[in-house]
Design a protein around this ligand. Structure first.
Ligand code: 5GP
Length: 116
């Protein structure tokens, strides 16, 4: 057994955090170290998938749910609904939590950088 991820521990109430919104299969948090005026995380409740590629192969409908949820959150948290979606995949791409999650970045992002 591997240790539960930080996101599973938040979902289970072991670590305090405000859950901004949730569906039956997803939840959203504000990133603790925001890299943009709006920086949210969309996270599947299951920790079964480590990366977006694993999720796409294993449950593409859940990936589509993540994207729809990200759009709803961006609409609720920005004036224009525009957002950038980032999935860091692998340690050399900046991934630190190996429980798949999308970064939803918004608010005055005009540069073309792909980094979170
Ligand atoms: P990654 O680096 O894996 O793409 O993204 C993990 C993200 O989780 C980071 O942006 C980091 O700031 C965020 N994070 C790590 N621990 C916590 C926490 O306890 N609460 C919240 N809200 N975000 C966290």
């Amino acid at each position: 057994m591997t240790e539960p991820s930080i996101f599973t521990r938040i979902l289970d109430g072991e670590i305090p955090a405000e859950i901004l919104a949730e569906t039956d299969r997803l939840f959203a948090l504000r990133d603790i170290a925001p890299q943009a005026p709006v920086h949210l995380l969309v996270i599947p409740k299951t920790a079964e998938y480590r990366t977006v590629a694993e999720l796409a192969a294993g449950d593409p409908a859940l990936l589509a749910e993540m994207i729809a949820f990200a759009a709803e959150l961006a609409a609720a948290n920005t004036h224009d609904g525009d957002f950038r979606l980032v999935f860091n995949s692998g340690p050399n791409a900046g991934q630190t939590v190996f429980h798949v999650h999308a970064h939803v970045l918004a608010g005055g992002l005009t540069e073309k950088s792909v980094g979170a």
